[in-house]
Design a protein around this ligand. Structure first.
Ligand code: PPE
Length: 331
């Protein structure tokens, strides 16, 4: 938190933290995978760049550089002795000033890491999920900034998610303010029709997902045509295959939407092919996509010999003995 490594149970904020009241924060969701090269963070700098851009869009000067955040994250993973984990950096307006003008409130930064399994369940990842088109529209660019990954904006996803779960489905699909298909509550969405992959464009109020970008690149490398265009709701039902992508969810097939079976009602051929290559890339099994991995050992973070991690191994040992995960922030 703000440059200090803090034990999990001490990682607290004041109740008058600005972001707690007004949602004035931006965050990222990043994953680190165990690979044969050691723990490796997938597209780390791309995520941190998006964090910096989200902060800028909400007029929050980031007190740390992307490279400082990257180094702190490496050390945090090493100190916690995690081989794979989910990484949650958060930049938010802290304690010190109430009222809607956030500019006088401090900008605080935290990074937390923890082990997070399948976001939509192991079963869902393997065999696919049932989704429902939410009655809540994705937030409009007239009111907020779909391209920013901002804390307050997630009330939109929360409403859609709760509605969907209560109705007995596993994930929500939100339409944009024009009624076009936009994305899931925390994932981008893709359709396959006649061998072509279709996904909503930047103008459809999507979050510019890093998994989305990766899967588009993989598909094109495999010679599959990818079209970014507006998608009508009924096209979901008529698709041969539908899948969703996100850092937490990874690549998840969708086999039923609004009680319409999609294709054969099981993960389709292209979905399975893309899932295989994407997972190989995530887990460091693909030479071709090696550049997407930020391997910890290469800049320090794992191994006692690295000067950047001075004393980290000892401190990690003490924390491990006390049974504590560690939370921290940049600096
Ligand atoms: N749309 C939304 C609204 C979204 O939150 C995410 C990520 C995506 C698309 C996919 O983006 P990317 O991860 O860069 O491929 N959602 C994050 C937060 C999930 C959560 O429950 O918290 C994530 O997947 O980490």
């Amino acid at each position: 938190m703000n440059g200090e490594f803090v034990a999990w149970e001490d990682a607290k904020v004041h109740v008058l933290t600005h972001g707690l009241h007004y949602g004035t924060g931006v965050f990222e969701g990043i994953r680190c995978y165990e690979t044969e090269l050691g723990p490796a963070v997938f597209r780390h700098v791309d995520h941190l760049d998006r964090l910096a851009r989200s902060a800028e869009l909400y007029y929050m000067p980031m007190p740390y550089s992307v490279s400082e955040l990257r180094g702190a994250t490496h050390e945090l993973i090493a100190r916690n002795r995690l081989r794979s984990c989910y990484i949650r950096p958060l930049v938010y307006r802290g304690y010190g000033q109430m009222g809607l003008n956030p500019l006088e409130a401090p900008v605080d930064v935290t990074i937390a890491v923890w082990e997070w399994g399948s976001y939509l369940g192991d079963e869902g990842k393997l065999h696919g999920i049932r989704a429902k088109v939410s009655s809540w529209r994705r937030l409009s660019p007239d009111s907020l900034i779909p391209h920013a990954k901002a804390s307050g904006q997630y009330l939109n996803s929360v409403l859609a998610k709760v509605e969907t779960l209560k109705a007995g489905y596993e994930e929500a699909i939100l339409l944009d303010d024009h009624g076009h298909v936009c994305e899931g509550s925390g994932e981008n969405i893709f359709l396959v029709r006649d061998g072509v992959i279709i996904t909503p464009p930047q103008t459809a109020s999507i979050l510019d997902g890093i998994s989305r970008k990766s899967v588009v690149a993989i598909a094109r490398d495999l010679g599959i045509e990818v079209v970014e265009r507006d998608v009508a709701r009924a096209e979901l039902y008529l698709a041969d295959e539908v899948f969703m992508t996100g850092t937490a969810a990874e690549l998840v097939p969708v086999w039923e939407i609004d009680d319409h079976r999609i294709g054969a009602g099981r993960p389709g051929e292209l979905t399975c092919t893309l899932r295989g290559v994407f997972e190989d890339a995530l887990h460091g099994r693909s030479e071709r996509y090696r550049e997407w991995l930020d391997v910890l050992g290469e800049v320090g973070g794992v191994g006692e010999a690295d000067p950047r991690v001075g004393g980290a191994a000892e401190r990690a040992e003490a924390a491990a003995e006390a049974g504590l995960p560690i939370e921290a922030a940049a600096g």
